[in-house]
Design a protein around this ligand. Structure first.
Ligand SMILES: [Cu+2]
Length: 147
């Protein structure tokens, strides 16, 4: 009786152990594989999204965006002879006008640019050129530094 009981206990322990091992190891193995397969995909997609977000936030090359009532980038450093192109990404009308709201300078005056409107200017002299938007003079100010 005792021996038989003992055998049954051993048997059930072995069965439990096998069950436990299969439960704990199988998901770990497949999960591990899934992780190594999934994680790089996730990180690359996150990186791609970050890159996309960066691309969307900052214009490439010698471009300045008029976006969310601001010049992006606010300050741009360029070399003599560079042509800068402003693009209006807003629905609101914007302009590019040299100087400050207090002291406007007639050097650049783009006229009103609607959504998608572009304006280009080639800087042929070194210097710091402040500019602003005549329709949003207090919030939209930028600077081109020509070296
Ligand atoms: Cu504006």
């Amino acid at each position: 009786m005792f021996k038989r009981f003992n055998f049954n206990v051993k048997k059930s322990i072995v069965i439990l152990l096998i069950l436990f091992l299969s439960i704990s190891f199988l998901p770990a193995c497949s999960g591990g594989n899934a992780d190594t397969n999934k994680k790089p995909v996730q990180t690359t997609s996150i990186l791609k999204n970050k890159k996309l977000r960066k691309k969307k936030k900052m214009p490439k090359g010698n471009n300045v965006w008029m976006k969310n009532l601001a010049f992006v980038p606010k300050i741009k450093v360029i070399k003599v002879g560079t042509t800068v192109t402003w693009t209006n990404k807003d629905v609101a009308m914007h302009t590019v006008h040299t100087g400050t709201p207090e002291k406007p300078l007639p050097m650049i005056s783009s006229g009103t640019l609607g959504k998608g409107g572009k304006f280009s200017f080639t800087f042929t002299k070194k210097g710091t050129y402040k500019y602003y938007c005549t329709t949003h003079p207090t919030v939209m100010q930028g600077m081109i530094v020509v070296q």
